[in-house]
Design a protein around this ligand. Structure first.
Ligand SMILES: Nc1ncnc2c1ncn2[C@@H]1O[C@H](COP(=O)(O)OP(=O)(O)OP(=O)(O)O)[C@@H](O)[C@H]1O
Ligand SMILES: [Mg+2]
Length: 235
């Protein structure tokens, strides 16, 4: 059984058909990347999974359970977490408060503390900056905070929307290393990226989306060598 499966998914914004006939799956332990250029439908795909965009046709399942059009607060309890495009941390709240919001449904204090410690293992800087306001963190730090917040739910499936956006190459490298590490520790990953080269390098498999449709799919290394991909995304 797939961890996540989209079958024939369609979605639109009014008259604009943003997704058509999307087929995509993610298996246990995989890093799967969805790549495509601006406006291709990458974020809309993630939003259709977490209930932010209404699925008009087709279905989405998580470990065999139908989650089509379920809101994120429900799917997060099932084990799905998302790091949204643009991080969306709470700028006026401290680092610590941002992390605590990620664990909103966890009642046990010790569990919350254990999870925070685990997150500090990945992102030591967050521990040093616990009282700093989220909005005053640098772009890279905010990305780490957004990832930390998502990890507070101890997700089994982590979806990331363009974590590399606007970051210096060395920070991107660090973020991708952490994604790989999380995956090695058992978190299944769906990674949306415009940075096709780097995401295909760490992905087991990838899909290419173009104007709302999946036009190519394959193993990460095969897609890197694919001529179409090279011309469109790796030039
Ligand atoms: N709220 C909205 N209302 C109307 N159209 C929208 C809305 N959000 C997205 N769209 C349109 O849907 C299409 C897909 O957008 P989407 O944000 O999914 O692209 P993307 O692949 O994530 O692009 P980017 O790499 O720029 O983030 C685009 O044509 C976009 O203009
Ligand atoms: Mg997007």
């Amino acid at each position: 059984m797939h961890v996540l499966e989209l079958t024939n998914v369609a979605a639109n914004y009014g008259a604009i058909q943003a997704l058509r006939d999307i087929h995509l799956f993610v298996d246990e332990g995989e890093i799967v990347t969805l790549i495509g250029s601006n406006g291709a439908g990458k974020s809309t795909t993630l939003k259709s999974i977490n209930g932010q965009v209404k699925v008009k046709a087709g279905s989405i399942t998580y470990r065999g359970n139908d989650i089509t059009n379920l809101p994120a607060h429900q799917t997060s309890l099932m084990g799905i977490a998302q790091v949204p495009e643009g991080r969306r941390i709470f700028p006026k709240l401290s680092v610590k408060e941002n992390l605590l919001i990620g664990a909103f449904s966890v009642k046990d204090k010790n569990t919350v503390e254990d999870r925070m410690e685990r997150i500090f293992g990945y992102f030591p800087k967050l521990k040093e900056r616990l009282e700093q306001k989220g909005g005053t963190m640098s772009g890279g730090e905010q990305q780490m905070l957004a990832m930390g917040r998502a990890l507070m739910m101890n997700p089994q499936l982590l979806m990331l929307d363009e974590p590399s956006m606007g970051l210096a190459p060395i920070i991107v490298e660090q973020i991708f290393e952490i994604i790989k590490e999380l995956n090695k520790e058992g978190v299944t990953i769906l990674l949306v990226e415009q940075n096709a080269f780097q995401s295909l390098q760490i992905a087991h498999r990838g899909y290419v989306i173009q104007t709302g449709e999946i036009v190519l799919e394959g193993r990460g290394p095969d897609l890197i060598r694919n001529e179409q991909v090279q011309e469109a995304y790796l030039a």
